[in-house]
Design a binder for this molecule. Structure first.
Ligand SMILES: Cc1cc2nc3c(=O)[nH]c(=O)nc-3n(C[C@H](O)[C@H](O)[C@H](O)COP(=O)(O)OP(=O)(O)OC[C@H]3O[C@@H](n4cnc5c(N)ncnc54)[C@H](O)[C@@H]3O)c2cc1C
Ligand SMILES: *[C@@H]1O[C@H](CO)[C@@H](O)[C@H](O)[C@H]1NC(C)=O
Ligand SMILES: *[C@@H]1O[C@H](CO)[C@@H](O)[C@H](O)[C@H]1NC(C)=O
Ligand SMILES: *[C@@H]1O[C@H](CO)[C@@H](O)[C@H](O)[C@H]1NC(C)=O
Ligand SMILES: *[C@@H]1O[C@H](CO)[C@@H](O)[C@H](O)[C@H]1NC(C)=O
Ligand SMILES: *[C@@H]1O[C@H](CO)[C@@H](O)[C@H](O)[C@H]1NC(C)=O
Length: 667
């Protein structure tokens, strides 16, 4: 009886959030005047992983009101290019000149023969997860344990982070036939089964993927484990961020925003608005963050919003340091050079930048590759996808063949002498240069950690990817634990202009030596059965590029970002050039956190989505002020109770109705 009465309320309840009780028809808006001068509990800059995970989790409590401000639009005019997996490669959004890309170029890179590199970053609701390559790879136990040690907080070690890795994920295991074809090892306990992000294996499979793992086994790099379980050495096929039912991209917006867009009036996303500055109450000795300023229409219209609890910066690796710098938090010298008043002299803002630099060897092949298809064939493949024939369409699948390889497989007998040199070089490579002392101390701490926990421990230092979507079969070599460190700094007072990005690629002499040995390893790979059976001539750089000198030349002329920059607002002790503490709070001020991939303190041998989702899930928990014990009730248990839980849900909706009436007008 009680249940029936509650049910009869549903239509009214379902209609209320954006009906007569609220000014918002939908909680993704682009009209800034609707929020101007208003107060929320939390205001967040950026709607990428950091912004949307945090906003979603905080608004599970219907009393918590959150505003997310995103510089880009929703991308509905390019829906298929976002959603259809292989479009990420065949008609990608992160191209220069796209309204959904920030158009960031690095400063001139001396070590790359004077080139300026494009640094794609999504400017869109969903952030870079809307435009990226959909690989789902995971950082490892030793990396997380090193992270925890570096910041002296066990909360960030592997055992404690595994709960957060499982929380964002709904993993769909491969069926028997695919599991066998691709030699997949699945460890159930490494995965989550009821999180917002869908992770699955695409339905279309390139036959050459089935040759991948055996080839690495034959080279002596065995992989008999699930790469999500704490070790990633070896060759295997990774799953992607793809919804197994629809075969469409699963990303921060589709997972953390769209499912709640009609049910949470307490969550508002404002798109097409650029955050320019954090506002502070400076009446006490420690400044207190209390809001954000932002502009629309290319900077011509200015607005502000207030936060009664906290301000969260989630602008990603470029956006977050840029917003801090524009707000007077950063290295004094850089701020003063741009006439920005110094609020907190924090030398680590924009320092510690490191990225996976990469280059590729291409081979002629007898294997099918998407990039060799004619326009007509591609159109036909796209139609197959649109008609739901996923297993027949190359558009169902991005790339997935990947391998993580340790140093001694690359360098063999030269490994020990290389490591000795690297160790001996730590002092010299961290004492010269004009970086502030704290930042140099941070370099030293991260080098020592990487040397012990990665290089000497036999963990992966490079990643090798097989690209099935180019016009040849490509093998990309990407440095995973670079020693070169770069910088992001303010180059203009105009907030509509990107900050200066100087990754200083290959400035540490060890980096190019590792890449060079990695390229030679790729040639051994291509000559090893069973992969060698589909490989013909080397197309680029060409087999005659073989001396150290010629290989280095090729690297300097061809290297590009693998799009995994991090650490520009590093979680490190303040005396090591840190920007946030282990609670993700910015040093020197109150009520301000950074929650995104800019806070990762160390290089990670994986693409960055997974580590960022886990980090941000934890960040939301930190804000809520509790650490969920790993044995606490999971979302499944509380959502799977049939009638009982339906009654509870209805009761919650009723409560929300009452609260909405009470809160009406406060937005
Ligand atoms: C082309 C490409 C391919 C990639 N491929 C993969 C892959 O295959 N697998 C993988 O795991 N990772 C991949 N990555 C990396 C991954 O997408 C990022 O590491 C991850 O998205 C970082 O999340 P984030 O929240 O830190 O930043 P982002 O996702 O970049 O989000 C930051 C958001 O903040 C917004 N923002 C910034 N400044 C402001 C401001 N001032 N005002 C308002 N809004 C602002 C941005 O527009 C953006 O929406 C790829 C990245 C790129 C660019
Ligand atoms: C917003 O607040 C500012 C500063 O208090 C004020 O000058 C401005 O008029 C307000 N704008 C609106 C639309 O209320
Ligand atoms: C596995 O391989 C066999 C033989 O190549 C093929 O017929 C089958 O379709 C494959 N299964 C999947 C799921 O890819
Ligand atoms: C160590 O430093 C020397 C001098 O700069 C350099 O020649 C050498 O390549 C470096 N080796 C490593 C592994 O860093
Ligand atoms: C700020 O930069 C933007 C983008 O380059 C430009 O359109 C605008 O005119 C600049 N504003 C000022 C005040 O210089
Ligand atoms: C390799 O051979 C090609 C074709 O003959 C030539 O153009 C190229 O310069 C050579 N590269 C090197 C490093 O010798």
């Amino acid at each position: 009886m009680k249940f029936e009465i509650l049910l009869s309320l549903v239509p009214a309840v379902a209609a209320f959030p954006f009906g007569q009780f609220s000014q918002f028809k939908r909680n993704i808006i682009s009209d800034a005047t609707q929020v101007n001068n208003q107060t929320f509990n939390y205001v967040i800059a950026g709607a990428g992983i950091g912004g949307l995970v945090t906003a979603n989790r905080l608004t599970e409590d219907e009393n918590t009101r959150v505003l997310v401000i995103e510089a880009g639009g929703e991308g509905n005019d390019v829906r298929e290019r976002i959603d259809i997996p292989a479009q990420a490669y065949l008609d990608g959004l992160p191209v220069d000149g796209s309204p959904y890309d920030w158009g960031i170029y690095t400063e001139q890179q001396t070590s790359l023969n004077g080139r300026y590199l494009h640094w794609p970053r999504g400017k869109i609701v969903g952030g870079s997860t809307a435009v990226n390559a959909l690989y789902m790879t995971r950082s490892i136990k030793d990396e997380h344990d090193a992270w925890a040690e570096l910041v002296d907080d066990d909360g960030w070690n592997w055992d404690n982070m595994l709960d957060y890795f499982r929380r964002y994920e709904t993993f769909t295991a491969p069926d028997k036939s695919l599991k066998k074809n691709l030699s997949l090892e699945i460890k159930d306990s490494a995965h989550g089964y009821d999180g917002p992000i869908q992770i699955s294996f695409p339905q279309y499979n390139y036959p050459q993927n089935g040759l991948w793992q055996q080839t690495f086994n034959n080279l002596g790099v065995e992989s008999d484990h699930d790469p999500f379980s704490g070790s990633n050495i070896g060759g295997y096929i990774t799953p992607n961020s793809i919804d197994p039912d629809t075969q469409l991209r699963s990303y921060a917006a589709s997972a953390y925003l769209y499912p709640v867009q009609n049910s949470r009036p307490n969550l508002v996303v404002l798109s097409d608005a650029l955050v320019t500055r954090i506002n502070f109450d400076t009446s006490s000795s420690t400044p207190v963050a209390n809001g954000l300023s932002f502009t629309t229409n290319g900077g011509s219209d200015e607005y502000q919003v207030r936060a009664s609890s906290e301000v969260v910066i989630a602008g990603g690796v470029l956006g977050s340091p840029q917003i801090l710098l524009q707000s007077g938090i950063g290295p004094r010298e850089n701020l003063e050079s741009q006439n920005v008043n110094v609020l907190v002299d924090l030398p680590g803002v924009g320092a510690h930048v490191q990225d996976h630099i990469s280059t590729t060897i291409n081979y002629d092949t007898t294997a099918p590759v998407a990039g060799s298809l004619s326009e007509d064939q591609l159109n036909h493949q796209l139609d197959l996808f649109r008609d739901g024939h996923f297993a027949q369409s190359v558009y169902s699948t991005p790339n997935g063949a990947i391998a993580y390889v340790p140093l001694d497989d690359l360098m063999g007998d030269d490994t020990d002498s290389f490591l000795d040199e690297l160790e001996a070089n730590i002092t010299s490579s961290t004492s010269s240069g004009d970086d502030p002392e704290e930042v140099k101390a941070g370099y030293r701490a991260t080098y020592e950690s990487d040397l012990e926990n990665v290089f000497k421990a036999g963990n992966a230092v490079v990643e090798i990817l097989m690209n099935n979507l180019g016009s040849n079969l490509g093998f990309q070599l990407a440095l995973q634990h670079p020693l070169s460190r770069g910088k992001i700094s303010l180059g203009s007072q105009n907030a509509s202009e990107n900050a200066k990005v100087d990754p200083l690629y290959l400035t540490h002499p060890a980096d190019i030596q590792i890449i060079r040995s990695g390229l030679r390893y790729i040639r051994r790979l291509a000559a090893t059965e069973p992969l060698s059976s589909v490989i013909r001539d080397e197309v680029s750089p060409g087999a005659n590029t073989s001396s150290d000198e010629d290989l280095d030349d090729y690297i300097r002329n061809s290297a590009v970002s693998q799009y995994h920059p991090a650490s520009s607002c590093a979680m490190l002790p303040r005396e090591n050039g840190g920007v946030v503490d282990t609670q993700l709070r910015v040093y020197g001020v109150n009520n301000l956190r950074v929650i995104d991939s800019s806070t990762i303190p160390l290089p990670i041998a994986a693409h960055h989505m997974q580590v960022t989702y886990a980090l941000c899930e934890k960040g939301a928990d930190l804000i809520r002020g509790y650490e969920r014990a790993s044995d606490s009730p999971s979302a499944t248990e509380s959502e799977s109770g049939g009638l009982l839980s339906a009654t509870i849900d209805m009761t919650l909706l009723t409560l929300m109705l009452i609260i909405a009436i009470t809160y009406n007008g406060l937005y």
